[in-house]
Design a protein around this ligand. Structure first.
Ligand SMILES: CSC[C@H]1O[C@H](OP(=O)(O)O)[C@H](O)[C@@H]1O
Ligand SMILES: Nc1ncnc2[nH]cnc12
Length: 290
C-alpha cells in the first residue's frame, strides 16, 4: 500500500493550518510555473500532510490568476495523494446557510479565462470528469465535518464563475432556478479537472459565507459580510482538517473509484507522435504511465 499524503488547498480566509509536526514551508517549482505560495508540509497524527494557500499568503492571486496547473503539479510532485479543496462559497439554497459546509460533488464550469488542461498539442488526453470528486475522500470529509460539530450537507453542485465581480441578480436567479446549482464560487474549476488529470483524488468542501444576491431577505453579496463569516469558518475548517488523518490513515489502498488511474486509457497521441518537450513537462502529472 502507498503512503497517504493529504494535500489541503486553503481558500479565502484559510492561509495556514496549525499543529503539523516538523512543519516547514517548502518552495516547489514546476514546469507550469510557480505555485500560489510555498507549501507547508509536515505530519499530523502520523499522516503526511501538505497545505497550500490558493491565493497565496496575503491573498495575492485573484481567482483568474491563481496558477492552477502549477498548484496541482506541485502537490503531485511532492507526493500528495488526496486533495481537499476548501473554499468560501455563496449559497443558492435557504437550508445551506452561512456558516454551514457543503461536500460538493458536481460542478458547472462557467470559467473562461484559465488554462484548463495539462495536455494539448504534442500529447492529447481526454479524462472523464462525469464524477469530478472522489466519493471516498468526500465521505471522509463529511465524517470529519460531522465529528467537528459542523452543520454539513452531503452533496451539492458548485457553479464556478470567472469573477472577480460577483454575479448579477439575473445570473444568480438563473444559476439557482434554471440550472439547479447549490453553491457558487470562483476557484474550483479548473482545479478539480486538473486534479483528475493528475490522477489525484479530489474532494471539495464549500464553506458557505453568503446567499449570493438571489435571497429577498439578504440583499446583495458584499465582501465585508463574507470576511466576517469567514473568520468563524476558518477555525471550523482547521478543526475539520485535524480529523482527517485518523479517518484516512497513513497507508492508502488504491482508489475504489479509479481517481488514481484516470489516465489509464486517456492519452490518444501515438507514442511516436508525442512531443518530447511536452512529455518532459508531464513528468509529475503523468509519470506513472509515461
Ligand atoms: C472572498 S470572496 C470571493 C473569493 O472567495 C472565494 O475564494 P476561494 O474559492 O479560494 O475560497 C471565491 O471563489 C472568490 O475567489
Ligand atoms: N456569492 C459568491 N459568489 C462567488 N464567489 C463567492 N465566494 C463567496 N461567496 C461568493
Amino acid at each position: 500500500m502507498a503512503d497517504t499524503m493529504i494535500g489541503v488547498i486553503g481558500g479565502s480566509g484559510l492561509y495556514e493550518i496549525d499543529g503539523l509536526e516538523g512543519a516547514e514551508w517548502q518552495t516547489v517549482e514546476t514546469p507550469w510555473g510557480t505555485p500560489s505560495d510555498a507549501i507547508l508540509t509536515g505530519t499530523l497524527n502520523g499522516v503526511k500532510m501538505a497545505f497550500l494557500p490558493r491565493h497565496g499568503r496575503g491573498h495575492v492571486h485573484s481567482p483568474t490568476t491563481v496558477p492552477y496547473r502549477a498548484n496541482i503539479d506541485a502537490l503531485k510532485r511532492i507526493g500528495v495523494t488526496d486533495v481537499i479543496s476548501v473554499s468560501a462559497c455563496g449559497s443558492f439554497r435557504e437550508e445551506m446557510a452561512p456558516g454551514d459546509f457543503v461536500i460538493v460533488d458536481q460542478f458547472i464550469d462557467r470559467t473562461f479565462a484559465r488554462e484548463k488542461s495539462f495536455f494539448g498539442t504534442g500529447c492529447v488526453a481526454h479524462v472523464s470528469v462525469a464524477h469530478p470528486t472522489c466519493p471516498r475522500l468526500g465521505a471522509a470529509c463529511l465524517e470529519a465535518a460531522k465529528d467537528t460539530g459542523i452543520n454539513v450537507h452531503q452533496g451539492g453542485t458548485y457553479l464556478a464563475m470567472e469573477g472577480p465581480q460577483f454575479s448579477t441578480l439575473a445570473e444568480s436567479r438563473m444559476y439557482r432556478d434554471s440550472w439547479g446549482a447549490d453553491v457558487i464560487g470562483m476557484t474550483n474549476m479548473p482545479e478539480a479537472k486538473l486534479a483528475r488529470e493528475a490522477e489525484l483524488c479530489y474532494a471539495s468542501v464549500a464553506m458557505i459565507t453568503d446567499y449570493d444576491s438571489w435571497h429577498p431577505d439578504h440583499g446583495e453579496v458584499d465582501v465585508t459580510q463574507i470576511i466576517a463569516t469567514l473568520m468563524g469558518n476558518a477555525s471550523k475548517a482547521r478543526d475539520m482538517v485535524a480529523m482527517l488523518p485518523a479517518l484516512l490513515g497513513s497507508e492508502r489502498a488504491p482508489c475504489p473509484h479509479g481517481c488514481d488511474r484516470a489516465l489509464e486509457y486517456a492519452i490518444l497521441t501515438a507514442p511516436d507522435a508525442r512531443d518530447k518537450t511536452v512529455m518532459a513537462k508531464l513528468d509529475a502529472v503523468a509519470g506513472r504511465i509515461l
